[in-house]
Design a protein around this ligand. Sequence first.
Ligand code: PLP
Length: 379
Amino acid sequence: MGPGPSDIHPSVLAALAAPTVGHLDPYFLQIMDEVQQMLREVFQTENQMTMAISGTGSAGMETCVVNLVEPRDKVIVCQNGVFGGRMADVARRAGGDVTVLERPFGEVFSADEIAAAVDQHKPKVVGIVHAETSTGALQPLEEISRIVHDAGALLLVDCVTSLGGLPVSIDAVGIDAAYSGTQKCLSCPPGLAPVTFSPRALEAMDARSNAVSSWYLDISMLRNYWGADRAYHHTAPINMNYALHQALRLVLDEGLENRFARHRQHHEALKAGLEVLGISYSVTEPSHRLPMLNSVLIPEGIDDGQVRSQLLNEFGIEIGGGLGPMKGKTWRIGLMGEAASSTNVLSFLAAVDQCLAAQRQSAPTGAGTAAASAVYLNS
Ligand SMILES: *Cc1c(COP(=O)(O)O)cnc(C)c1O
């Protein structure tokens, strides 16, 4: 129940152990085609250029940035947490002329401030994080997309934590480039980074005057392997692709809408339980809270490390601590993919009740599990 990697279904682990075939074996080529098609469905896009980059979510971030940003290109990066900060760092290393817009951790960006910045800086690319795992904040994108496109810029979105747990609606929102990771709401081990590029993003890549600074992540070469040519580029991580194939099959068997509703339901139950235990969310605006990453304030007088080690050692439950300026101030409780279950919510609420009682030298109340159970009964 941390901020990823999430729990993994046994059939996905079993897929990892299947025999390794060659990276040009017809069987593997079929797996690749199916992975691409299933990724399009999960990303909610028709983008031809949709595939899994070899590497974790950060490799997906780097792929999008280095292919879209050339030296001296103007880039705006929206930073309201750790991952926006990472995107700005990558864009600077790619030689971009980067303007960082900042918001305090836990807040999101308004369309107006993006409009003002786009107007002032006239960027080629605007980068933003959909689901900020470091803060638990959900960034609305529709209006921002319109503003970015009206200014002729490209919209780059970090969907690492949202993909598979929230609608990312690539085509409906008009996102030009997006990346994700396998180990959050897709419930697959870490190791691949799904990416998707709109035709406009591909045009921008075709119009580059410099070669992409990264050989490994250069889409102009990778598209010849994932596309019809099947030209060798690097040896694909065969078994990771088996695992992603199976994980995506589980996502689509469940159905996207059902999966989104499941994440929301367990978030509502957890929230009800936390509230009666006196634990509040660090994101104050309820509509900006992520269902799959519940960032809460550590109650006054409670020892962060002691609670997390008791949760782990006594109850076998892992949650995340705060990142960056939130270190020691928040807990991050993940309900990602397979981990979004009533078993997890009820076990966690019972366990944290015990941990708080131990520190306050009082009796656990049982109120958290009762409140969550009431949500389940009424839903
Ligand atoms: C986890 C995460 C990343 C980085 O992914 P890695 O798999 O750790 O490389 C980037 N952005 C967000 C929002 C994330 O949650």
